[in-house]
Write a protein that binds this ligand. Structure first.
Ligand code: AMP
Length: 191
């Protein structure tokens, strides 16, 4: 199963992806995690990315696509994958389709975790306290939500127009939401 998980910052993509990877027996690939690993390792790419991430903006499309291609060709995606945090704009959505066509691993379904913006702000404030992520400060959170609305929300239409989108109510108990995602994933025709 090749799944793209869509949703605003704080919509629960990371939490759900962790649960879904076990249920579906596929790797969870998060571009945010790949970038944070590069930051932690202090690679030149990581140093460059950190400033952008701390402002809540998007790291350059080329850098992220390069990292993603490396990850998708690591040899463990034969059963599929869950992609979390990518694509973040239309350029990335098109680049992903091209890359996956080349790898003969097209996306089966994109699942949107739908969460009201007021609740997102509440959740992100809670996460800032719990995890101390440097991009969860109030100003960065506002910026990340703005970037989402302006750049990432059009990606929802991209998958909807291609009849590859399922919308899931992202509010409720974590396990109920996982159940909702699994129900639509199991019904999705293979690409
Ligand atoms: P996330 O963990 O997915 O919320 O990502 C954290 C931060 O990493 C984002 O706010 C961006 O600065 C950066 N990032 C993650 N994924 C991407 C992407 N696909 N394109 C550009 N920047 C990204």
């Amino acid at each position: 199963m090749r799944l793209v998980l869509l949703g605003a910052p704080g919509s629960g993509k990371g939490t759900q992806a962790t649960r879904l990877k076990d249920a579906l027996a596929v790797p969870h690939i998060s571009t945010g995690d790949l970038l944070r690993a590069a930051v932690a390792a202090g690679t030149p790419l990581g140093v460059q990315a950190k400033a952008v991430m701390d402002r809540g903006e998007l790291v350059s499309d080329d850098i992220v696509l390069g990292m993603l291609e490396e990850r998708l060709t690591a040899g463990d995606t034969g059963n599929g994958f869950i992609l979390d945090g990518y694509p973040r704009n239309l350029v990335q959505a098109r680049a992903l389709d091209e890359l996956l066509a080349r790898l003969q691993q097209p996306v089966d379904i994109a699942v949107l975790l739908d969460v009201d913006v007021e609740l997102l702000i509440e959740r992100l404030a809670g996460r800032a306290q719990a995890e101390g992520r440097s991009d969860d400060t109030p100003e960065t959170v506002r910026n990340r939500l703005r970037v989402y609305t302006e750049q990432t929300a059009p990606v929802i239409d991209f998958y909807e127009n291609g009849n590859r989108l399922a919308r899931i109510d992202g509010v409720g108990e974590v396990e109920d939401i996982t159940g909702r995602v699994l129900a639509v994933v199991q019904d999705a025709p293979a690409a």
